[in-house]
Design a protein around this ligand. Structure first.
Ligand SMILES: Nc1ncnc2c1ncn2[C@@H]1O[C@H](COP(=O)(O)OP(=O)(O)OP(=O)(O)O)[C@@H](O)[C@H]1O
Length: 600
């Protein structure tokens, strides 16, 4: 086909010249005043070597209509001259070949900085066909961000921490690791707040622009690239630069995060020079992760392949979308703003890939909406305002009740949950008469409610009456994709207890391994099935149950060396009555640290 196009380039140019643009169908939805999603399309200039090989541009912006582009393909006909097949796209803000990266920065990236500075999450990602200008754009935008963060234009003091890593297939590798063997693998773990943690990846504090740029250069040198037909320095992994912004003066404000993501280009087998098994596998994995990304985009746009408005967002299916969970998780609690840069190659040889990129840009453009916080739910501490927190403290902290001003002067539910247990207890004990045991029991009560709430399904229904694709409607109606079933509420906790699950429990006062944080145990078998030689951690034989009390022999889970990490002690066993069990807890193993962490 390429040969055919190159042979007919003059006819193609003639037809393009004669083309009369039809009016573009405008998106009927009103432009949100403060959208949480900005979509932009960048058409890179046609390159010298492309011109010298006879290529011409196929994509054009309109003079009087911003945000609209026309794409022309040459259509082969069986008999007669080829004709022109034109399509029109409305793909957000459009930047033509003569636009500068500085303009794009001012329009879509700079607004993210005050947002993350204030403790929110901002994301910029560039996607598009291999050779379409993603790395060119992101690398320059990163430099502008590095300048603006330290030029004193943002108010107040912040500490800035940088991690840079690449995602390839199912692996995540640290591009700032000091290992001589190359980027070190690490784990992406989801904590009980639903945030993704980079377990084992390095993070460096940077104090000025040059220091940040040096880290970017170090990471770029490590990043995996290879030659493709379209780009001699093609990126063979997705690169993520994550900035964590800490406000040292306000310990109740969440850390801000800025993600700058340069995706690997999608490519076809014909684009690849080296067709070795490894290279083909790598290409398959990249294309697979990009396809999961597209599924996520389709789902949040409410036009999933199943045509169901209650789409399941499959962000856990690749490390890329897991990293971008905050963008796609309908149940996410953090406030997010996202800028998407769709990059396209203007050449008429690349129109297939360009159409694909523009279709997804259009789809994303249709999902723009203002961000609303999930509504208050008395059973979900993550949704509580400070007023809700104070009410809970007054009514549920025991006798005497903890003074709300001592425990949570400003904190929301999410912030109270994040308080280290020792600080929580210390604050509770400022109230006269409150004992340490009472404070710890109250902490446990709050956490039990939290862990249970993370597992329960939302009962609200999708888009009732509105018929819109509002992400918040999806958020309220869709489960997070951790809830696999749409209809089943799941059995109550007591009925779920079985060998193999981990539970939190309330040990008796004489228990010798009382943990400062949660007390956890892995259920091994019913007490009566333990056998006559089974001995518990105190050296007592495990008795058969009496008075029909239901109990299980459990292995203890004790705290690890690092905060909120745990180890399973299979040989330290103890009988736990069902009545002392509180909730099921999901533990996730981190091979890097060899500890378990609470996942849900
Ligand atoms: N706006 C631009 N102006 C001038 N040259 C550009 C522009 N955008 C991209 N290029 C050039 O186009 C080529 C391909 O760009 P780049 O490497 O950024 O593509 P990519 O989309 O990151 O590709 P891959 O996915 O294969 O990594 C490079 O030579 C780059 O210098």
């Amino acid at each position: 086909m390429e040969e055919y196009l190159l042979q007919n380039v003059q006819r193609y140019q003639l037809l393009v010249k004669r083309f009369v643009p039809p009016p573009a169908k405008r998106n009927a939805a009103p432009e949100p005043t403060a959208s949480n999603l900005v979509v932009a399309t960048r058409i890179r200039p046609i390159l010298e070597d492309e011109i010298s090989s006879g290529q011409v541009p196929a994509i054009f912006t309109r003079k009087n209509e911003s945000g609209v582009v026309d794409l022309h393909e040459l259509k082969r006909v069986v008999r007669g001259l080829p004709t022109l097949n034109s399509s029109v796209y409305q793909a957000g803000k459009v930047y033509g070949a003569d636009s500068t990266t500085d303009t794009i920065y001012e329009d879509i990236v700079h607004p993210l900085l005050p947002w993350v500075w204030a403790g929110n999450v901002g994301t910029l990602f560039a996607y598009g066909q291999t050779g379409s200008g993603k790395t060119f754009s992101i690398s320059r935008l990163e430099r502008s961000v590095a300048g603006a963060l330290f030029d004193g234009s943002l108010p107040g003091k912040r500490k800035i921490f940088v991690s840079i890593f690449e995602l390839a297939g199912s692996s995540a590798r640290d591009l700032l690791s000091s290992q001589l063997t190359g980027p070190a693998p690490f784990q992406l773990l989801e904590d009980s707040f639903g945030d993704i943690q980079l377990s084992g990846a390095s993070e460096f504090e940077v104090g000025f622009t040059g220091e940040f740029l040096q880290l970017i250069e170090q990471a770029t040198a490590y990043r995996k690239t290879a030659s493709t037909e379209k780009n001699s320095g093609s990126s063979r992994s997705h690169a993520v630069c994550r900035l964590r912004i800490v406000n040292p003066d306000a310990n109740v404000v969440d850390d801000g995060y800025l993600y700058l993501v340069d995706l690997a280009g999608s490519e076809a087998a014909r684009d690849i020079f080296d067709h070795s098994a490894d290279r083909m596998k790598e290409t398959r994995e990249i294309n697979m992760s990009l396809s999961v990304l597209k599924d996520c985009i389709r789902s949040i746009a409410g036009v999933s392949t199943s045509n169901s408005k209650k789409s399941y967002v499959p962000f856990r299916q690749s490390t890329l979308t897991k990293t971008l969970k905050h963008v796609f998780d309908p149940s996410g609690a953090r406030k997010c703003k996202t800028a998407v840069l769709a990059c396209v190659n203007p050449s008429f040889l690349d129109t297939g890939a360009t159409k694909n990129t523009l279709r997804y840009a259009e789809m994303l453009f249709a999902t723009r909406t203002t961000h609303k916080q999930p509504g208050h739910n008395p059973n979900v501490p993550m949704t509580w305002s400070n007023k809700d927190v104070r009410h809970y403290i007054v009514t549920k902290s025991g006798n005497p009740s903890v003074a709300p001003f001592d425990l949570a002067p400003n904190e929301t539910g999410a912030q109270l949950l994040r308080l280290p247990v020792e600080i929580f207890v210390e604050r509770c004990m400022k109230t006269p008469g409150v004992t340490e045991d009472q404070a710890r029991a109250f902490h446990l009560k709050l956490w039990s409610l939290h862990t249970d709430s993370q597992q329960k399904q939302s009962t609200k229904k999708a888009g009732q009456g509105s018929g819109t694709t509002d992400r918040q409607t999806l958020a309220m109606s869709n489960k997070s994709s951790r809830d696999l079933s749409e209809t089943s509420p799941g059995p109550p906790f007591i009925e779920r207890i079985r060998p193999g699950i981990t539970i939190s429990w309330n040990p008796p006062a004489h228990f010798p391994f009382h943990q400062k944080s949660q007390n956890l145990a892995v259920v091994l078998c019913p007490q009566d099935a333990a056998g006559e030689h089974a001995v518990d951690v105190r050296g007592n034989f495990v008795q058969r149950s009496q008075n029909g009390e239901k109990a299980f022999l459990c292995a203890l889970v004790l705290s690890g060396e690092t905060a909120l990490s745990y180890e399973i002690h299979l040989w330290k066993q103890f009988v736990v009555p069902v009545q002392d069990m509180q909730a099921e807890v999901i533990l996730e193993y981190d091979p890097a640290t060899r500890y378990y962490h609470i996942s849900v």
